[in-house]
Ligand binder design. Structure first.
Ligand SMILES: [Zn+2]
Length: 222
């Protein structure tokens, strides 16, 4: 059977328009940042387990800085034996970070460090030479993820300062579950990419680095 010639856009045109969309995203973000609502309960303290759980589920998704890092932690873990330890280490460290906040330990330069972590992991993904898949780089990634997780988790803790123990426990399980779901989902998708077809990972890296840069500019300006 003969096929009618379809006027399909060339792959290069598709790649160009995707790239253009991704590169304009950070600019759009930068203008929208002050308006981004960050906490699900809109400033009202969390009162019940249900609210704690929902707020925990929402925070890493609504907070685009957190979301970008969580996605990236899954992407860097792709096609890497034991790579799964990277997002898991991040998730566990985030719990510790919230704990530090609740212990009233002071973490300096919170917003800037979170923004920097997003920028750094984005650049790592966008880098032309992918990181080697050996155990050494995986351990280094996991350690970096732990440091980043402490800062992101500390920021999560802001929403539950002065809240009862039970809603806090639900809040912790909410953000841990959603982070693992997003990161492991991103890893599963990225695992399907072959080394020859790794460009989508690099484009994701560009977008994530752009988000980090936008947040960094906002943190420095504040
Ligand atoms: Zn946040």
């Amino acid at each position: 059977m003969r096929h009618l010639p379809l006027s399909k856009p060339s792959p290069i045109a598709i790649v160009r328009s995707v790239r253009a969309a991704l590169l304009t995203l950070p600019v759009a973000l930068l203008t929208a940042l002050p308006a981004l609502a960050h906490h699900a309960m809109g400033g009202r303290p969390i009162a019940t387990g249900y609210e704690g759980f929902m707020s925990g589920l929402a925070h890493p998704v609504i907070g685009l800085d957190h979301c970008a890092f969580v996605v990236a932690s899954g992407l860097v873990a792709a096609r890497r034996p034991w790579g799964v330890v990277v997002p898991v280490a991040f998730a566990i460290a985030a719990l510790a970070g919230t704990g530090l906040h609740l212990q009233a330990v002071d973490l300096p330069l919170l917003e800037g460090t979170i923004a920097l972590s997003v920028l750094a992991i984005g650049v790592l993904l966008a880098w032309p030479q992918p990181l080697k898949s050996g155990l050494g780089p995986t351990v280094a990634l996991a350690i970096a993820a732990i440091v980043a997780g402490i800062f992101h988790g500390y920021a999560y803790g802001e929403a539950v300062v002065g809240v009862e123990v039970a809603p806090i426990a639900f809040y912790l399980s909410g953000f841990t579950l959603v982070q693992l779901a997003i990161a492991l989902g991103a890893r599963t998708l990225a695992n399907r990419l072959t080394p020859e077809n790794a460009m989508p990972l690099r484009y994701a890296g560009f977008a994530i680095a752009g988000i980090g840069a936008a947040y960094l500019a906002s943190a420095l300006g504040a």
